[in-house]
Ligand binder design. Structure first.
Ligand SMILES: [Mg+2]
Length: 219
């Protein structure tokens, strides 16, 4: 309840400060119930979000029908999807506006191309996941893909650290709000295996999410 009150207030203040020029997006990280998501989407309408991401657990797809009936805030989902079958009902019923599959999670360029074409038939645009747990190889593939996709929407970019960039020399770069790359062979990315061998795998964990009463909650 606190989150549902706080979030619209946050966007009100941001819009007051920066106006309606820049796109604003919000990720609820699959943490809401369907009716909470519906209420949030409705409350956020005046602030004209580019999208509300992962409003509810993505596996429970009927939830999107409920959310859709209550709000015109654009919906994005799919970073956890692995195939066109995961996307089929949401896209086919126009329950979402952006599909967030990534190249490496969903069968590579050829399979994701099928998803994008299916999405285009239903006026759903791409908005691929791009967190740093995906390597620069995946990002390079996504940039190439985005340059092709007629229904390209947006590409998430979480910059890698300098060391990762060094191990994966790549051509894509962020300039003036856009991901750009030159005409280069292949995906325009390489792996410096000798350099990579100097950095053995280190186990890392995501933060533990807790509710205000201390109970553990899904990340
Ligand atoms: Mg996300």
């Amino acid at each position: 309840a606190l989150y549902l009150r706080h979030t619209p207030e946050l966007f009100r203040k941001v819009r007051d400060a920066i106006g309606f020029g820049p796109h604003l997006l919000h990720d609820a990280h699959h943490r809401l119930t369907p009716i909470e998501a519906a209420r949030l989407g409705k409350a956020l309408e005046p602030f004209s979000l580019f999208w509300l991401e992962d409003a509810t657990p993505a596996e429970s797809q009927d939830a999107f029908r409920l959310i859709r009936q209550h709000t015109t805030t654009p919906l994005a989902v799919g970073e956890v999807f692995n195939s066109i079958w995961d996307c089929k009902d949401l896209i086919g019923n126009q329950l979402i506006d952006f599909i967030r599959t990534t190249i490496v999670h969903a069968g590579g360029i050829t399979h994701v191309r099928r998803i994008a074409d299916f999405a285009a038939m239903h006026q759903v645009r791409t908005g691929f996941h791009g967190a740093t747990d995906l390597s620069p190889v995946c990002m390079a593939a996504a940039v190439n893909f985005g340059l092709w996709a007629p229904n390209f929407g947006i590409q998430e970019l979480m910059p890698h650290n300098a060391l990762t960039d060094e191990v994966f020399p790549h051509n894509y770069r962020f300039a003036d709000g856009h991901l750009v790359m030159d005409e280069v062979p292949g995906l325009g990315v390489d792996i410096d295996e000798a350099l990579a061998a100097r950095y053995p795998y280190e186990r890392a964990y995501l933060p533990v999410a807790r509710l205000r009463d201390g109970a553990m909650w899904n990340w």
